[in-house]
Ligand binder design. Sequence first.
Ligand code: FES
Ligand SMILES: [Fe+2]
Length: 399
Amino acid sequence: MATRPGIDAMRERRLASHYALRRRTLERMRDKSTDLDAAPMPIDPSIYTDAVFADRERRLLFHGLPIVAGLSQDIPEAGDMMLFDVLGPSIILIRSKAGTVNAFRNMCPHRGAKVVTECSRRTRLTCRFHAWTFDLEGKLIGLPGKEGFDGLDRAALGLLPVPVVERHGLIFVRLEPDGEAIDIDDFLGDFAAELEHLDLANATPIRRSEIPCEANWKYAFDTYGESYHFASLHPTTIGALAYSNVMIYENHGLHARLAFPREEFNVYKDEPEESWPHTDYGGLYFLFPNMVINVNAIAGVGQFYGVSRLFPGESVDRSSTLLTTYQPAHADGVVDTAKWAEMHDFIQRVVTDEDYSVSRDGQNNLRWAPPGFTTKLGRNEIALQHWHRNLNRIMGDSA
Ligand code: FES
Ligand SMILES: [Fe+2]
């Protein structure tokens, strides 16, 4: 692997951060305890079932906040592009010649056709309807039959830009139509330091899936944020790898990091720190509102990043998860990527067969919940309580 500047310092920061997380985790294992919130929290089921709530949520969260459209290595070279259309408006993300990422509405300024229907490396974009052509900066550079548009300001006929920023290997867009720039430092706060040391900018995508779920996106998302269900719902899968109902919660404002004890920690939980072996386990990174990065280990192989992004579907009771598995740059000693692909398929299977089948059935129950019924988040579901308080604050702030 080629040496990159600062890579050793980044590795040190990563290991120190993950070591601190493991220290707290082993303490909890020895105590047989878990991080707890102050009290149980009731949740009104209408947040999962009400179409009016869902519309406001889409506007305030998914169009108003910076949302991760992809990772840097999804479009590594100039002219590489991807489409991000899971939230409704189709967005083109394209790496410019200067190496930055540009984002545009995938809507031709002529008659509104989709300019890009397939992703491939390009030097220019040509609309298939009447062949208007744009450069990688979105500027109109080809206008067949240009006399037909005499009197129009050609400079104003470029692709419509969408605010975009690339930070710590993540490409954020903001879909709100007012075009205001993204203040990513404000949005990430102190979570930026935790994201930085993952070196996501150099993580290679190995496999991608889109997982449908017949439940509101939050019902599906809530399954990622607690380990209380590991033994009961996942006895032969996740529950065999990690402890149930022991969780470490680290608050970063809107964002958070969680850790669950791995079974192999049990072997050395009573040993002094100096004798702990290396681990590739780094916990779950929750980036508000809809993203989880699972920093985890493939036994005997190395680290993987399982990136899940959840999105509302066409109706309040449908959602979609984009799952992408990345190989970290620091795990590239292994050339064969089959193990990362296998891990991806395993996660997809567990999520689909176990978590999302519970979500689907629960969603249907909540739809028909009697008046006054609330779901309850336990003190042990601390990460979910914080997440829902953040949701309430954002939804309530602008009621
Ligand atoms: S709609 Fe694109 S060139 Fe006409
Ligand atoms: Fe689960």
